[in-house]
Design a protein around this ligand. Structure first.
Ligand code: BES
Ligand code: MN
Ligand code: MN
Length: 463
């Protein structure tokens, strides 16, 4: 079914303004990880609240111990209409390294149909396309076929520390029949996608303390254990040569997805060599016995995210470092739990840590993995809406990344979650030169506007 004529006309007439407004949001460096950007992050929250008020929502900026949560509401749909909650995040990753950006990260620039800016696709563009889809309904018709809550947080990129408590203490405000999130990517250009899984996360900092201060590596080298070497040895125990994680018990809770899920994954149009070329790595590597997509979606990982020790500046310095540090994170799959993985990691590190150094493990944050069977009116409506906007039936995909709040929504609000993303492979999220496809921004608005028509007319109420 084509998009309703009045909505179509609104989008055609207002596309340039929608992009201009998005660019305003993209100019705000709302880097949640950096306290020097706290005022910018607060400004982005206010900006989102204001844009919701402009289209006819009420909006409140709720302070938290971290960055604020914005809640917008429009509850004037006909009685019996379902209530949907749209979630997104207005915070972004740090832009560094700055010298690798072809245009400044907070000065949105369009090249080749791509909107380059930090946060363009993750997640400001995808959050804002929802606001503009809602605007189309309210402007063209003065009403919406569904009641809508918009929940935008500013701590997603740093682990959503305060969001679960916020949801828990506002379950009445946030009560809904469905949750819709656009914070992921389509499987391929032109191919709309609905996510059926996300990996979880358990993120650790491992610190190794040797001598009380740095030492002359000639006067002391060989007499005390070098903490950098000790850390390297600890990290080297985490996998076997086949890419299998060697932490005892690590796979105990990993659910087997079964042959049907693996068949569905194999049916997707995916080319290893194309994927390899995109990464720039000399070859692909991963756990034996699994395809690349299986490794990414249904198998856990244990990765070093950062390493720090000793002298790393220009030239040579003969020093025996006092300490070494690694950031290590595990992507988790159903039914692994971050707290259980933390116990296993601690026990393993304690077992393999060599004598002569003090090793500590801290968990920085964790998030549950998620997997759902996409049955019910919400997903049927989404399939039709995506087909309307993209002229193509959507595919069901998995995801290797994490959106920890998805599990919280399902548990605390007891509503099904639709994950429908409009990013694209190669979008450089979290990396220099992040971009969002202008075409997907436009089609995303249209798809979501179509979704509200589909849902409004076809029910999908929880009770
Ligand atoms: N939008 C991403 C999640 C994502 C990543 C979806 C890749 C689809 C593909 C989100 O903003 C993100 O970066 N999540 C973090 C979570 C972490 C900070 C708790 C991630 O996956 O590293
Ligand atoms: Mn995101
Ligand atoms: Mn992100």
């Amino acid at each position: 079914m084509p998009l309703a004529k009045d909505l179509d006309a609104f989008f055609v007439a207002n596309q340039i303004r929608a992009l201009d407004e998005l660019f305003d949001l993209l100019r705000i460096p709302s880097v949640s990880a950096r306290s020097e950007h706290d005022a910018d992050t607060a400004r982005a929250a206010d900006w989102v609240a204001r844009s919701l008020r402009t289209i006819g929502f009420t909006a409140t900026v709720h302070p938290t111990k971290g960055h604020p949560v914005v809640v917008g509401e429009w509850r004037k749909a006909a009685s019996g209409a379902p209530t949907v909650l749209i979630y997104g995040h207005y915070d972004v990753q740090p832009a560094e390294p700055l010298d690798l950006w072809q245009s400044p990260p907070f000065e949105p620039t369009v090249r080749d149909g791509k909107i380059f800016a930090r946060g363009s696709v993750d997640d400001k563009g995808q959050l804002f396309l929802h606001i503009k889809a809602l605007e189309a309904h309210l402007n063209a018709r003065g009403t919406l076929p569904v009641n809508v809550i918009v929940l935008a947080e500013g701590e997603e990129e740093v682990g959503s520390e305060h969001l679960a408590a916020f949801i828990e203490s506002h379950t009445d405000l946030l009560a809904c029949d469905s949750v819709v999130i656009s914070d992921s990517a389509m499987f391929a250009p032109g191919l709309p996608s609905i996510l059926s899984s996300l990996r979880g996360l358990a993120y650790f900092q491992i610190e190794v303390q040797g001598p009380a201060t740095d030492l002359h590596s000639g006067s002391y080298g060989g007499s005390v254990l070098n903490p950098a070497m000790a850390l390297a040895r600890i990290l080297a125990t985490m996998h076997d040569a086949n890419g299998h994680i060697a932490i005892p018990g690590f796979y105990d809770d990993v659910r087997d997805w079964g042959p049907e899920a693996r068949r569905q994954i194999r049916a997707l149009p995916f080319d290893d060599e194309h994927f390899r070329a995109e990464t720039g790595a000399p070859s692909l590597f991963g756990e034996q016995g699994y395809s690349t997509l299986e490794r990414l979606w249904m198998r856990p990982t244990c990765e070093v995210n950062g390493l720090l020790s000793g002298y790393t500046g220009e030239g040579a310095k003969t020093v025996l470092p006092a300490k070494a540090m690694a950031k290590v994170s595990c992507r988790l799959v159903p039914d692994q739990q971050p707290d259980r993985v933390e116990q296993l990691m601690r026990a393993h590190v304690a077992r393999v840590a060599p004598p002569g150094v003090t090793v500590t493990v801290r968990q920085l944050h964790g998030g549950m993995p998620w997997r759902a069977d996409l049955a019910g009116p919400l997903f049927d409506a989404a399939r039709r809406a995506l087909a309307t906007a993209f002229d193509r039936e959507p595919v069901i995909t998995g995801e290797g990344g994490s959106i920890p709040v998805v599990g919280d929504f399902q548990r605390m609000l007891k509503a099904p979650v639709l994950l429908v993303g409009f990013g694209l492979p190669g979008e450089n999220a979290h990396a220099p030169n992040e971009w969002m496809s202008e075409e997907n921004f436009v089609k995303g608005m249209r798809a979501m506007a179509a979704l509200w028509d589909e849902l409004g007319h076809n029910g999908a109420r929880a009770s």
